[in-house]
Design a protein around this ligand. Structure first.
Ligand code: CP3
Length: 345
């Protein structure tokens, strides 16, 4: 059996074509997602393995994507820990962690007990996904989870959460370390359940300058990546808006770095070196352009990625809810056609 193109690209091996998947490919831009969502709230959809598996499969049925991503949220492993987590639709934490005592008290059961529904979703999906479509498991990076837990809700600059880093550095470091431990357990359990790659979303990494990133965010990410080496799975890290952090990221033990749309992939590759694959990075706004302009934007990403292996095509951030699914079909088809290398069909 030939190796799935997504896994080949993660390992920087050449494949029949450049693989493509899309951040937030299971979600509100799909009418079939909205139809199911009318009947169930978001939390119920995540916590019910049949529904979560169905939503994961929706984009795979519609488009010839090269990977599937588990339907869950970065906040999922923090559900049920007494923090009052809600989705409106973004995460809200009714009892944010704003004191050292609250941080010290944060405790969680093993993933098998606590988020068994996620693991059951993964096991069910492995029986349903085509062999050439690997399943990506994921988690939020500690700093990004920290932002929601301390701020209590989404925010443009997470000023409260950032201020806490400076006011209470020891308590902040304690929380980041605890989140690293929780995430190691969560992702290792996903690997045992059958996830075939593991991605860490650091959506708010770019809120930190390099010094604070090195001091607070990086050690927790490094611990997770080091612990996950034992799974043998490709480790993908997405430091969103991380152009100024890439020198630090280049030293992490990982296989793939996700690059947002602000940094051309050639420049990312120049900093990261030849030892890692890159994933990205079409601006999600390009999907609102006429086909010719969309295709020109795709071409620019492919050119920036260069001719060698080790590129996973993706958007530079999550797909917008207002996107026309026909544009996604166009995107997937264009990447496949333009990168076909005449390997085994
Ligand atoms: O298809 C997939 O990518 C898998 C599922 C997935 C969701 N969230 C489902 C979701 C993944 C990988 C995530 C990650 C996530 N969640 C991130 C990291 C990626 C990024 O965008 O930077 C972050 C920051 C969150 C937090 C979050 N959850 C926000 C900000 C929101 C609301 C805004 C939005 O983009 O939808 C959510 C809710 C959420 N997570 C929805 C979905 C499908 C919408 C829920 C609904 O239907 O009401």
């Amino acid at each position: 059996m030939t190796e799935p193109v997504f896994l080949a690209a993660c390992a920087r091996r050449s494949a029949a074509h450049t693989p493509v998947w899309i951040m937030r490919q299971a979600g509100r831009y799909l009418p079939e997602y909205r139809a199911l969502r009318e009947q169930h709230d978001f939390r119920t959809m995540m916590r019910t393995p049949e529904l979560a598996a169905e939503v994961t499969l929706q984009p795979i049925r519609r488009f010839p994507l090269d990977a599937a991503i588990l339907f869950a949220d970065i906040m999922t492993p923090l559900d049920g820990l007494g923090l009052g987590l809600r989705f409106t639709p973004g995460p809200v934490v009714d009892r944010p962690l704003t004191t050292r005592a609250a941080i010290e008290a944060l405790a969680w059961p093993p993933a098998e007990e606590h988020v068994g529904y996620v693991l059951e979703t993964i096991r069910g999906l492995r029986g349903e996904l085509p062999a050439q479509v690997p399943l990506i498991g994921f988690a939020g990076a500690p700093f990004t989870l920290y932002c929601y837990l301390v701020e209590g809700k989404g925010s443009k600059g997470f000023v409260r959460a950032k201020a806490f880093l400076h006011a209470e550095p020891a308590a902040a470091a304690l929380l980041l370390g605890k989140l690293a431990e929780l995430t190691i357990d969560y992702l290792a359990a996903q690997a045992r359940a059958g996830a075939q790659a593991l991605m860490i979303f650091d959506s708010w990494a770019g809120l930190l300058g390099p010094d604070d990133y090195r001091r607070f965010a990086l050690p927790a990410v490094r611990r997770i990546l080091e612990a996950l080496a034992a799974t043998g799975l490709p480790r993908i890290y997405f430091p969103n808006q991380g152009a100024t952090l890439l020198e630090e990221v280049a030293r992490l033990p990982l296989e793939v770095v996700g690059i947002d749309w602000r940094l051309p992939l050639s420049r990312a590759r120049a900093v990261l070196g030849p030892g890692v694959a890159v994933q990205g990075n079409l601006d999600p706004a390009a999907l609102f352009a006429p086909d010719a302009a969309l295709e020109a934007a795709i071409e620019r990403v492919l050119e920036e990625a260069g001719p060698g292996p080790g590129h996973v095509f993706n958007l530079g951030h999550g797909i917008e809810a207002a996107t026309d699914p026909a544009k996604v079909a166009r995107l997937v088809d264009h990447v496949h056609r333009r990168t076909a290398r005449g390997g085994t069909p």
